[in-house]
Design a protein around this ligand. Structure first.
Ligand code: CP3
Length: 334
């Protein structure tokens, strides 16, 4: 039987598994229905019954090879006591970092704050719908978490020069983030996650001279740790300039590429299993165009271990019918 794990661990090239980033979310009417009555996003993530239901919603509709837990990378700062809210059309808003309080947080109290996230993982892992499928746990990469904690909102206009000023704060915080990321991932694996994906959504924003210190080194430390837990780890350093160097420096089990990457070039540069790439906007095109783009990726990666996915998350305007068609294209590909 083909699976994501078989693709990553045994480098299987015959079966092309598929799941999508943000496969649970606003493009699904059944998600919007739940969301309508649950306006506090963090509370929703901590509601183990509803987050279990949301996690399996896409699997009820589509024959995906994995579920990804319905949670958020910002649950980590929340677990560290930082205030986190989501405002409509604005995205996430975080409160101030109170380092004196953060350094006092114990492993036990962090785990307790997020216990419902781990209960959700456990619920889903036991669900019948996941038989022979993987359950993907995830976390933000150290750099992206650091960036949200200090910038306190999505850096849509980039980072100011002053972001890098307080080196002491950055270095202290990075160490704390790495420590709790490991714990957060371990808790998910103990609860039943079979694969971990690390989202470095803002990897492309780092100052080139800081890339080793803020991206390569802390990520390599987390990757090493996850390998010891004996679950594969997929890294997604969105918009990073040099994927080849990133793979060399951090050594993930698989690498997820964004849609700016030329698949014809990357296949000659990277030997490990590759995931993703298709522009999420392809799902908004007519079906012929979607078919053309999908077959392009499938043909290029025919002889390479490849997990079908997008180059970033499903956008809310996507119609579920387009996703259904995409899954069929991947399943029927020979
Ligand atoms: O299906 C899945 O992929 C699982 C669920 C998931 C969510 N967030 C749920 C969510 C995952 C894997 C994430 C990761 C995440 N969260 C990332 C990394 C991936 C990426 O997109 O680059 C980041 C940067 C975040 C932080 C975050 N969460 C932002 C910037 C936003 C607001 C932006 C937006 O789309 O409105 C969120 C909110 C969020 N996380 C939603 C969902 C379904 C939308 C919430 C809503 O219903 O309003």
């Amino acid at each position: 039987m083909g699976s994501i794990k078989n693709c990553i661990i045994n480098k299987d090239t015959k079966y092309k598994p598929i799941w999508l980033m943000r496969q649970a979310g606003r493009y699904l009417p059944e998600f919007r229905e739940i969301r309508k009555n649950n306006t506090d996003f963090i509370k929703l993530c901590l509601n183990k019954e509803l987050s279990t239901e949301i996690t399996i919603q896409p699997l009820k509709r589509f024959n995906f090879d994995a579920a990804i837990i319905f949670s958020d990378i910002l649950m980590l700062p929340y677990g560290l006591g930082q205030n986190v809210t989501f405002e409509k059309n604005l995205g996430p808003r975080l409160g101030n970092v109170e380092l004196d309080k953060i350094i006092q947080i114990s492993d036990e109290s962090f785990t307790k704050t997020l216990e419902n996230v781990y209960a959700l993982v456990n619920n889903v892992s036991k669900h019948q719908i996941l038989k022979n499928k993987d359950l993907i746990g995830f976390a933000g990469a150290p750099w992206t978490i650091l960036l949200y904690m200090l910038n306190k909102t999505s850096p849509k206009k980039g980072l100011s020069k002053s972001f890098y000023e307080d080196k002491k704060l950055i270095n202290t915080l990075l160490k704390i983030i790495v420590k709790f990321l490991k714990l957060h991932i371990k808790n998910q694996v103990c609860a039943g996650a079979t694969i971990i994906q690390l989202f470095d959504s803002w990897a492309g924003l780092v100052n080139e001279k800081n890339i080793e210190e803020y991206i390569y080194n802390p990520t390599a430390e987390v990757v090493d740790y996850v390998k010891d837990l004996k679950v594969p780890i997929i890294c997604f350093p969105r918009n990073i300039k040099d994927y080849k160097k990133y793979v060399l420096m951090t050594k993930p089990d698989a690498i997820s590429i964004d849609y700016s990457i030329n698949p014809n070039k990357i296949i000659d540069q990277i030997e490990i299993p590759i995931q993703g790439g298709l522009n999420p906007k392809a799902l908004l095109c007519n079906l012929d165009e979607l078919k053309k783009e999908t077959l392009k990726y499938l043909n290029i990666f025919k002889e390479h271990p490849y997990i079908f996915n997008l180059g970033h998350g499903v956008v809310p305007e996507t119609s579920p019918g387009a996703v259904e068609y995409l899954v069929k294209l991947v399943r029927d590909f020979k």
